[in-house]
Design a protein around this ligand. Structure first.
Ligand code: CAA
Length: 283
């Protein structure tokens, strides 16, 4: 199956990053968001990053202009009718994602693949709301998408080999390293990453050390590029909590219990970098 035109649903941090990388790699891309402000913000961020890439001599002006030309904003879900692949990157809610998948299944051409960038929700369940479960798959990118080399490709129970191979080829064209993962709570990345972050939050909660010192231990002691609490703020504490809930519910094991301090921060609206406050303050 040949994939030429891609629609990305949701112009937030992840959606914009995915759209940028797809346009840079030669695909025609539609970046969709219902919210005009979010769409403009996503488009502006992409433009800024592409100009910066030229300044840093990672890209030529011709490559930048080509990427910008291939990228079009959209506020019409109906535009999915012209696409070969639709990558959904909306909020981590089964209800919202299911609604989007149901609508896309109605609109997208028969051959189109529906992919989700979900960080932990079951692909099999999303596939089940469509009439093409064999053409539904997970494409889990890492934040910041233009920088991180990995994409987890998640096979739902009914994902066909043809769909998997088509998405693996897209991953290659995007110059990402892909790994094949079966549908299980948290996949591989968040099954391992989130309990570490949650444990770091328990370490704050129990007064073992300050957030800055915990991050220093992991940065200098384990050579992590960011400490776990800085990373939690960067990912968003609401996202961290929702992933922990998926692990806790999916495995039914108390080792995945979200830390009460994480719940408290999310209830307070301390969502990390995006809200200006999490374990650290941001101006
Ligand atoms: N978008 C695009 N490029 C970005 C960027 C962004 N948001 N943030 C940083 N960069 C680029 C910078 O432009 C810079 O490139 P140049 O050197 O060419 O200018 C490069 O990345 C390095 O940036 P900095 O020098 O500013 O800072 P740094 O060296 O600390 O790197 C980082 C920043 C790449 C984010 C690094 O700290 C890192 O790798 N952190 C860990 C990130 C991580 O673990 N991500 C996975 C999160 S989990 C996830 O996404 C999945 C999930 O489901 C929750």
């Amino acid at each position: 199956m040949s994939i030429n035109k891609i629609m990305v649903i949701g112009a937030g941090q992840m959606g914009a990053g995915i759209a940028q990388v797809c346009a840079q790699s030669g695909f025609d891309v539609l970046l969709y968001d219902l919210n005009e402000k979010a769409l403009n913000k996503g488009m502006n961020i992409i433009e800024k990053l592409l100009f910066r890439a030229v300044e840093k001599e990672r890209m030529t002006e011709t490559e930048r202009d080509g990427a910008l030309r291939r990228l079009t904003p959209s506020n019409q879900l109906q535009d999915a009718a012209t696409c070969d692949l639709i990558i959904e990157a909306v909020i981590e809610s089964m209800e919202v994602k299911s609604k989007v998948f149901r609508e896309l299944d109605e609109i997208a051409p028969k051959h189109a693949i529906l992919a989700s960038n979900t960080s932990s929700l079951p692909i099999t369940e999303l596939a089940a709301v469509t009439n093409r479960p064999d053409q539904v798959i997970g494409m889990h990118f890492m934040n910041p998408v233009p920088v991180m080399k990995l994409v987890e490709i998640i096979r739902g129970l009914q994902t066909s080999d043809e769909t998997y191979l088509a998405i693996e080829a897209v991953g290659k064209k995007l110059q990402k390293t892909s790994v094949e993962v079966n549908d299980f709570p948290g996949f591989v990345s968040n099954r391992i990453l989130m309990p570490m972050i949650n444990e770091a939050i328990y370490t704050v909660y129990e007064g073992v050390a300050s957030p800055a010192d915990i991050d220093t231990v992991m940065k200098l002691g384990m050579n992590h590029p960011m400490g776990p609490l800085t990373l939690a703020d960067f990912i968003g504490l609401d996202t961290c909590l929702s992933i922990m809930e998926v692990l806790y519910e999916g495995f039914g094991d108390s080792k995945y219990r979200p830390c009460p301090l994480l719940r408290k921060y999310v209830k307070a609206g301390w969502l990390g970098k995006k809200s200006g406050r999490g374990f650290y303050e941001y101006s």
